[in-house]
Design a protein around this ligand. Structure first.
Ligand SMILES: [Zn+2]
Ligand SMILES: [Zn+2]
Length: 395
């Protein structure tokens, strides 16, 4: 691993910032303290800052030389609504809020890179340091784009990174094409006609209709979707009724759909609606069908991925780079940025959890687990990757 020496030297300072952010987690669009901290650090290192893109977003603008070329590096800043079970010194001081996805580490690694890039300036062009809010369900990336991120600050490509348990510490995992799924929710209400359960012929049973619908939807995955492409359709809730002797008026079905392509998503949504409407009609019921698309699939661009893989291999060596990592059905709002700009999103292994201080909770060191903690050993790895990516891109 060819880590950048000066970054290793000030690693403990960055680690202190990371742990301070961990102790003070803030949820979607409430990242006021975190954004203040990020902005004041950037300014302290001589980097001009723009505030307010996507409400609490922070953009650092680092120019050097005369080239009009520009690159965007992105970190997310928000935490999760979760009660932390760790009791070590930097555990969350905010009840019910926690950095369980390691975004505290993402922010710290990009800060470490910003400091080095500002102090050494071995590049020609502009590095945009994008600190976005609200990755956890709030579409903060989209909010920054809508507030003019790419319109007012033109950049050729954009790059993102996520710490990843399950990969060895410092191991890079990436792939060209679809790497994370689209995330979608559905809320379907079947409207029948309630009656005495002993006289079912006097009503229209929404429960039986709902069950038929749920069964039939699974045939979309097994009969309509190509066997070569993965997709998930999970019904996670069925709500109906209030007593054993009453057929209720209606039944509600909710769940999630995950796909790696928009075509597959179109197919599933269309078939779900058709099956819902026709099943309801077949049994004399009616249906309210609501399908909500949240994050699109995250599709890495081929050329930028090849470029990023080259930088990773140079930094970490071939053995530490898996350029064909297994994709995940998890979702990530960096996908919005990749719809507007070419770029690449990377997993950086967080290890097996042995880095955690004494006082961590009993759970595994998995994302969104109440005993999670970002691995501070990754600070120089992630920061060195950001620096080499920017320096190589803007040579
Ligand atoms: Zn998360
Ligand atoms: Zn995350």
């Amino acid at each position: 691993m060819k880590l950048i020496e000066p970054i290793q030297q000030y690693q403990s300072e960055i680690q202190a910032i990371r742990r301070d952010i961990h102790a003070h987690p803030e949820l979607c669009y409430e990242e006021v303290r975190t954004a203040d901290l990020v902005a004041s650090q950037l300014q302290q290192w001589g980097i001009p800052v723009v505030r307010g893109l996507g409400k609490t977003g922070v953009l650092g603008i680092l120019k050097n030389g005369d080239s009009p070329r520009a690159i965007g590096l992105r970190a997310d800043m928000d935490a999760l609504p979760l009660q932390e079970t760790n009791t070590f010194a930097h555990a969350s001081v905010h009840e019910g809020k926690m950095h369980a996805c390691g975004h505290d580490g993402h922010t710290a690694m990009l800060l470490a890179a910003a400091r080095y890039l500002s102090e050494h300036r071995h590049f020609n062009g502009t590095v945009y340091l994008i600190f976005q809010p609200a990755e956890e369900g709030g579409a903060g990336a989209r909010a920054m784009i809508e507030d003019g991120l790419f319109r007012d600050y033109p950049m050729e490509a954009v790059f993102g990174l996520h710490n990843w348990p399950g990969l060895a510490a410092g191991q890079f995992g990436v792939r060209s094409g679809a790497m994370m799924a689209s995330s979608n929710e559905f809320y379907v209400t079947v409207r029948g006609k309630g009656c005495h359960a002993a006289q079912p012929h006097r009503g229209t049973d929404p429960v039986m209709t709902a069950v038929q619908m749920v069964q039939s939807w699974q045939t979309i995955i097994s009969r309509n979707a190509s066997p070569h492409e993965s997709a998930v359709l999970s019904v996670t809730q069925i709500h109906a009724g209030s007593a054993t002797n009453i057929v209720p008026d209606d039944a509600t079905i909710c769940g999630t759909v995950r796909t790696y392509s928009n075509d597959m998503l179109d197919l599933i949504e269309t078939r779900m609606r058709t099956i819902a409407e026709h099943t309801a009609a077949a049994f004399g019921a009616s249906v309210d069908f609501r399908f909500k698309r949240n994050y699109p699939p995250l599709i890495n661009h081929e050329a930028e991925t090849a470029f990023a893989v080259g930088v990773m291999r140079e930094l970490a060596g071939d053995a530490m780079v898996d350029a064909d990592v297994e994709p995940t059905m998890g979702a990530e709002d960096f996908a919005f940025m990749l719809q507007h700009k070419p770029g690449c999103y990377v997993f950086l292994g967080n290890g097996d959890g042995s880095h955690r201080d004494a006082g961590h909770g009993l759970g595994p060191c998995n994302l969104h687990n109440p005993s999670y903690d970002f691995n501070d050993d990754l600070i120089p790895v992630g920061a060195s990757y950001w620096v080499r990516l920017a320096e190589t891109y803007l040579k």
